[in-house]
Design a protein around this ligand. Sequence first.
Ligand code: SF4
Length: 400
Amino acid sequence: MDTQAFKQTLHKSDRYNRRGFGSANKRAQALAEAYQSGLIGSIRENGNLLEHGRLKVKLAEAFGFCWGVERSVAMAYETRKHYPNERIWITNEIIHNPSVNDHLRKMNVLFIAEEKGVKDFSVVKDGDVVILPAFGATVQDMKLLHDRGCHIIDTTCPWVSKVWHTVEKHKKHTFTSIIHGKYKHEETLATSSFAGTYLVLFDLEEANYVSDYILGKGNREDFLKRFSKASSAGFDPDKDLQKVGVANQTTMLKSETEEIGRLFEKTMLQRFGPAQLNDHFLAINTICDATEERQGAMFSLVDEPLDLMVVIGGFNSSNTTHLQEIAISRGIRSFHIDTPERIGEETNTITHMPLEGELLTEKDFLQKGNISVGITSGASTPDRVVEDVIHKLMKIGENF
Ligand code: SF4
């Protein structure tokens, strides 16, 4: 599909809206009423520090709702007001936060079901309103919804759209897009739908494997098996790795994306020589500001003396998981939770998600004596959720 031509048609359609229905001021006000927290505001004013008896809470300098998420959630609320009687669907969770998604369900926004990665669009009818979430939707899904006569409210974050432009640019110049991301993540699925030939790499280890292949040290069968689900149809490593451009899922670990970019630049330099480098390698920075800022704040926070960390955000939230990885890499006792209810203030327990694996419940969550707890949250987590977590910590500090 000519994705650029389709986008042009879509943007001209009177059944397509990517600006929302309210003013920026009204939007900010509505969100503040729904999600802002007085306690977090006062901790911020106090140098991000709260002292309560034996408990010291240190907040990251930047955390929580990012601009793109705020905009997306506000646009979804405005859509309900603008279309009070129409059926409203959303193609996926608006953001990876259970409380925000529940809030939308209560407003009678319907979620399109998905089984084994396939969405059931049969429920969506001509004239229905469909919201696309902050991390976007595939170009095929957009086309299907538009062809069906739906009104599309596109809340895709502009940072994500920027990545789509990047891979379209690769496609135009017949470069293969190397996308640093998780091939099953909604954002990466959307990005790859705008790319031509692509390969999704999860981490530096996979990037090294591909680099070795480019330099003639790989095995074709093994390559095809390894990336069968993470590459475009008919991907041929012997033909499709001659010219590569790097892009990423906006919420990956910034330092790793940069390292992957440098690795491919070096690889192409070695393979084709300096005079031909520009014909074989393209790098455009697609790391989102908010992700960069939150990861930077996390690196500063883990440099402080902490007894433990609590990282708050949806379990399927990529940016939250990366914050947790930073804490774990420093050897800090760190707990990733999605809601305040994971903390038992009457039992001093926490039920958390380790990096690899299943939910675990831990007793004696807060140890005796003075304790310093670092807190951060992912870009989809409202301040009120963080406030509730802090209240629970304060209670445990008082009672145990
Ligand atoms: S994390 Fe970045 S890309 Fe994602 S919604 Fe927020 S601002 Fe946009």
